[in-house]
Design a binder for this molecule. Structure first.
Ligand code: DAT
Ligand code: MG
Length: 150
C-alpha cells in the first residue's frame, strides 16, 4: 500500500493547526500509520532538504524547521502521495488554492505549514529518514470497506 511522509512544520504547531490538519487527512479516508512530535536536528533537516542545498533559501529553511516542534507523520492509502500534495496546495500559500491547507491557512512561502513528499520514491526515502520501521504501525480502519471497493 502506498505511503507518504508529511510533517507539520513549527508554524503549524505554534498556530494550533495540528488537529485541523490531521482531521482533514482522516476525513479524506487516509490511514495514519506513523506519528511523532519531535524537535528536528540540524543534521536531519539538512538531509531532508538535501535537494535544496544550493538554493539561497536553504539556511533559512533549515533554521526554520529546527526552530520548534514538528509533527512527523506517515499516511497510507491508494494514491496518497499525489492526493496529499493536492490537499497541501502550492508551495506559496498566497497562490495556493482555497480549500488546500496552505491556501486556507498561510500567507508566506517561508511559513507554509506542512511538508509532503512529492513522489513515491521521495516518500520512501523520507519515511526511512524520519522513522524507524518499529515506529510504523500497520492497521486497517474498521471503515475501510466503506471507503474502497473490495
Ligand atoms: P514544497 O514544500 O511545496 O515541496 P519545495 O520542495 O520546492 O516546496 O521547497 C521546500 C521548502 O522550501 C518549501 O516548502 C518552502 C521553502 N521554499 C521553497 N522555495 C522558496 C523560496 N523561493 N523562498 C523561500 N523559501 C522557499
Ligand atoms: Mg518539496
Amino acid at each position: 500500500m502506498e505511503r507518504t511522509f508529511l510533517a507539520i512544520k513549527p508554524d503549524g504547531v505554534q498556530r494550533g493547526l495540528v488537529g485541523e490538519i490531521i482531521r482533514r487527512l482522516e476525513a479524506k479516508g487516509f490511514t495514519l500509520v506513523g506519528l511523532k512530535l519531535m524537535r528536528v536536528s540540524k543534521e536531519l533537516a539538512e538531509k531532508h532538504y538535501d535537494v535544496h542545498r544550493e538554493r539561497p533559501f536553504f539556511p533559512g529553511l533549515v533554521a526554520f524547521i529546527t526552530s520548534g516542534p514538528v509533527v512527523a507523520m506517515v499516511w497510507e492509502g491508494e494514491g496518497v502521495v499525489a492526493a496529499a500534495r493536492k490537499m497541501i496546495g502550492a508551495t506559496n500559500p498566497l497562490t495556493a488554492e482555497p480549500g488546500t491547507i496552505r491556501g486556507d491557512f498561510g500567507i508566506s512561502i517561508g511559513r507554509n505549514l506542512i511538508h509532503g513528499s512529492d513522489a513515491i520514491e521521495t516518500a520512501q526515502r523520507e519515511i526511512s529518514l524520519w522513522f524507524g520501521n518499529e515506529e510504523l504501525v500497520p492497521w486497517q480502519p474498521a471503515s475501510f470497506p466503506w471507503l474502497v471497493e473490495s
